[in-house]
Design a protein around this ligand. Structure first.
Ligand code: IPE
Ligand code: IPE
Ligand code: MG
Ligand code: MG
Length: 354
């Protein structure tokens, strides 16, 4: 059997402004940004092609499953950050990092496929999740396949870059294991939560941007700044994501509500709310949170208890502090429209509704 010829990636890429830079963009900012979008959309389209090419397998069912996982693309925030960082560091074209961007998006997609198995998620990006569409066994091997293809793409880069990427993948796995070690446990607190999200989400973004800066020929100081920017943005992004688990609109996020609550993953929102309740309500909250099989009324009561506190405002403020930190890390980047765009992306990570 020969590998099927690549067919074009499904739909043309759209970059809805609000989904990437947050809802507070003003008219002048929107005007500046709209000038950049065609260039970035072209970058993302070329990255998509690279990704699509590498997914062909001898077995059409595996190719179909891998392409299903990648077909909607999601927000493509990682390749977008990489392309914008490369251009912010003075590069005119993203050809030199295209494979690396595709590899990062593949690694990210692989983690989502496995994550949906772990979290028993029904939907992803507005369509049936991989385990729903293809079953758990094929989802597990497809996730593995995406990881392996990612490292095939990364093989053309330097040893430092490959080792940095491997380290980020190890962080990801450790993040999941750490998260699992605190399942149904409200006593581990913010420090533990931050350790989890730094590994499961921020590490991959940080590593990708560090490698991009390295390929751009930046000084070691700028490489470190790119890593710090990616790390802080990643933390803001995950804090916001966890808030959207309770306060998001599934039509916009494409994912079901209350997955973290149902699965007993203590998020910053849960921890801050629990902390603020009086002892009677704390006991009720803990009892419901620890139920292994929660009914809708349990989830709604947990939300009601959460909303009786000002935890959501504190969580929003914490996400903004990380996005401010990310913006601070860009101070030594060359000033210009792409640096401004990276600042908007950091703001969007903390404020997005998608
Ligand atoms: C989802 O990531 C998992 C998190 C790290 C929060 P994204 O929100 O970037 O997912 P897609 O790729 O846009 O679907
Ligand atoms: C993020 O965790 C997934 C990884 C980074 C592995 P979540 O479980 O919070 O992500 P979503 O909400 O399912 O996208
Ligand atoms: Mg999940
Ligand atoms: Mg998860």
């Amino acid at each position: 059997m020969t590998a099927p010829a690549p067919s074009p990636p499904s739909a043309p890429i759209e970059l809805p402004l609000e989904s990437i830079v947050g809802p507070r963009i003003d008219r002048e900012e929107a005007r500046q940004l709209s000038g950049l979008l065609p260039v970035l959309v072209q970058d993302l389209t070329e990255i998509d092609w690279r990704l699509h090419e590498v997914l062909g397998s001898k077995y059409s069912h595996l190719t179909e499953a891998a392409r299903y996982a990648c077909s909607t693309g999601g927000k493509r925030i990682r390749p977008l950050l990489m392309a914008a960082t490369f251009r912010a560091l003075g590069q005119e074209s993203t050809a030199a990092i295209r494979s690396l961007c595709a590899a990062s998006q593949l690694i990210h997609t692989a983690t989502l496929v496995h994550d949906d198995v772990i979290d028993h998620a029904e939907t992803r990006r507005g369509q049936p999740s991989m385990p729903r569409a293809f079953g758990v066994p094929l989802s597990i091997v497809t996730g593995d396949y995406l990881f392996v293809r990612a490292f095939q793409l990364a093989a053309e880069y330097s040893r430092t870059i490959i080792l940095r990427s491997a380290e980020a993948c190890a962080d990801l796995v450790e993040g999941e294991v750490l998260q699992d070690s605190a399942q149904f446990d409200l006593s581990r607190g913010r420090e533990h939560y931050l350790r989890v999200i730094e590994r499961k989400t921020a590490a991959l973004i940080a590593s990708a941007l560090g490698s991009v800066a390295e390929i751009a020929g930046s000084t070691p100081a700028i490489v470190e700044d790119a890593i710090a920017y990616g790390r802080s943005l990643g933390i803001a992004f995950q804090i916001r994501d966890d808030l959207l688990d309770v306060h998001g609109d599934p039509d916009l996020t494409g994912k079901p509500l209350y997955t973290d609550l149902r699965e007993g993953n203590p998020t910053l929102l849960t921890l801050e709310a629990y902390h603020r309740l009086d002892s009677r309500h704390q006991a009720e909250f803990e009892r419901l949170f620890q139920l292994r099989r929660k009914r809708t009324r349990h989830l709604l009561r947990l939300k009601e208890l959460t909303d009786s506190t000002d935890a959501a405002a504190e969580v929003e403020a914490e996400a903004r502090r990380w996005s401010d930190r990310a913006i601070g890390s860009l101070a030594r980047f060359p000033p210009g429209v792409y640096r401004t765009f990276l600042e908007w992306l950091a703001r969007g990570a903390a404020e997005r509704r998608f």
